[in-house]
Write a protein that binds this ligand. Structure first.
Ligand code: NDP
Length: 480
């Protein structure tokens, strides 16, 4: 049994109360490691070590901070296979996905922000005959980063990289369901020479560790990715302390397919945008709207392709879908299939658990599921399922599809398929979402603002937006 440890003051430490939580391999449904069930005492220790490290780290020249971050990235890259296998074991995702997406992106996050900070210029505003303003941007101090289980190291590094690059000291909590690669990162940080206390990784439960971080008066900002309800809880606690907050929350993304689209591209990308990572990506398009003239043709081709997608154990090179992250999550996703049927939907393919053979027989596998015949405003079409379940709905006009697409409380991402430039522009302009992909999905340029509107979040990550979040601007005016 492997014991994961906290990373505090540059050392791997057992939790103060010496209590642990089981960590389950979702592909087999068995406990394979133990993680610290940390408490407010561990958060306190981390804050003390971050406080000591801050003067040194914030005064370290940017290029020296960058060099350490690039070294961390290089070590992860040199151990890519090991990291990918660990991510897959912890999360249930196919090893091929972790090798091609999760771990390379974690490496890119570190390298991107290590270099972005060197191009992060201060603004200056000249007032003719009056004087000049210049704005400095200094690190905030100690910041908290809390991340979810769906893209574990990918989202963890997406937060800590800009925070560290900007000169902050970080207390970070990965999801307790997928802690392994964050633990491996702590070993790499020590090896790469990151000074003690600059990054502290505390493992444990959200309502204990996450809550203690949110309440701690010395943690001045919280960058959180996770569910909308958790985001609301954090906002309520943080607001009276006037903490800076970046909240990246849930989604119920529309995928709008017009009759004039490039059919084959729309079809193959829609299979991916629906079911990549078992549908557990906040950017997956879970409500698919298809213009009526191609509805039947698209439906038939989509169902045929998805029915052939192989659900298998993560190390199977042919697996298109692996296991979902946990038993409770599998049960939640399947309960939405039952709800959809109660609401009048028809399951066209999938809708059930998959039982694999042998050592994987207790794993948490779900067939990719397509449902039709639901009203746009029923619960299945309004609530986030966050699994391999999509609905398909025909539409006749742009106004109608925008009304349906914009009807949820969420507004994270959206996808539009059309060869007509005017249609693309018009829909992209009128859709309520922070991100619109036209004739594509999940094409990411790390410089672009990332985040959602409505209940999908507050603030933006990515590029200079993230560096602005993790710094405090000060305007200085000098009279001429
Ligand atoms: P949760 O909100 O349950 O958890 C996210 C993180 O917050 C975890 O580390 C969790 O710890 C922690 N947490 C839980 N309760 C608290 C609390 N009271 N105070 C502080 N921290 C807490 O989300 P999931 O992990 O289930 O992730 C899935 C959600 O994330 C989906 O809604 C998805 O849409 C969203 N998401 C959004 C993205 C975006 O960019 N907008 C990207 C990816 C996912 P623990 O694991 O111990 O509960």
């Amino acid at each position: 049994m492997k014991y994961i440890k906290n990373y505090i003051a540059g050392e791997l430490q057992a939790p103060t109360l010496n209590q642990h939580i089981d960590n389950v391999d979702p592909s087999r449904g068995v406990v394979y490691s133990q993680i610290p069930d940390s408490s407010a005492e561990d958060v306190e220790k981390a804050v003390e070590s971050a406080e000591k490290a801050f003067p040194g780290w914030s005064n370290t020249p940017k290029d020296e901070r960058a060099a350490i971050m690039i070294k961390i990235a290089d070590i992860i890259e040199s151990r890519l296979k090991e990291f990918a296998e660990a991510e897959s074991l912890d999360n249930g995702k196919p090893v091929s996905l972790a090798s091609h997406v999760d771990i390379p992106r974690a490496v890119s996050n570190l390298k991107f922000f290590a270099t972005a900070i060197q191009h992060f210029a201060a603004e200056s505003h000249y007032m003719e005959g009056v004087g000049v303003n210049y704005t400095t941007r200094k690190p905030i101090g100690i910041v908290g980063c809390i991340s979810p289980w769906n893209l574990p190291l990918y989202l963890f590094t997406w937060k800590i990289a800009p925070a560290l690059a900007a000169g902050n000291c970080v207390i970070a909590k990965p999801s307790e369901i997928t802690p392994m690669t964050a633990f491996m990162l702590s070993e790499v940080c020590a090896e790469a020479g990151l000074p003690a206390g600059v990054l502290n990784i505390i493992h444990g439960l959200g309502h204990k560790v996450g809550d203690a971080m949110t309440r701690h008066p010395k943690i001045k900002a919280i960058s959180f990715t996770g569910g909308t309800n958790t985001g609301a809880t954090i906002a309520k606690i943080a607001a009276p302390m006037f903490k800076k907050l970046s909240l990246e929350l849930g989604g119920k993304n529309p995928n709008i397919i017009f009759a004039d689209c490039d059919f084959d591209k729309a079809l193959s990308t829609t299979v991916r945008s629906s079911f990549a990572n078992q549908g557990q990506i906040c950017l997956c398009g879970s409500r698919i709207f298809i213009e009526r003239p191609i509805y039947e043709k698209f439906k038939e081709a989509f169902v045929a392709k998805v029915a052939k997608s192989k659900v298998s154990y993560p190390s199977d090179p042919e697996a298109k879908l692996g296991a979902v992250v946990s038993k409770p999550h599998m049960e939640k996703v399947l309960s939405y299939v039952d709800l959809a049927v109660e609401e009048g939907g028809t399951v066209l393919t999938g809708g059930t658990q998959v039982k694999l053979d042998g050592e994987y027989s207790e794993g948490f596998y779900i067939r990719p599921t397509i449902i039709e015949g639901l009203a746009y405003d029923c619960r299945t079409n309004q609530e986030e399922i966050f699994g391999p379940v999509v609905t398909i709905t025909p539409f006749d006009t742009i106004d109608e599809v925008l009304m349906m697409a914009n009807s949820t409380e969420y507004g994270l991402a959206s996808t539009v398929w059309t060869e007509n430039l005017n249609t693309a522009h018009s829909v992209a302009d009128r859709i309520h979402a922070g991100i619109v992909w036209v004739n594509s999905w999940l094409v990411r340029d790390l410089r672009t603002p990332f985040g959602g509107v409505k209940n999908s979040g507050v603030g933006r990550e990515g590029g200079f937006e993230a560096l602005r979040f993790f710094t405090e601007p000060k305007n200085i005016f000098i009279k001429s």
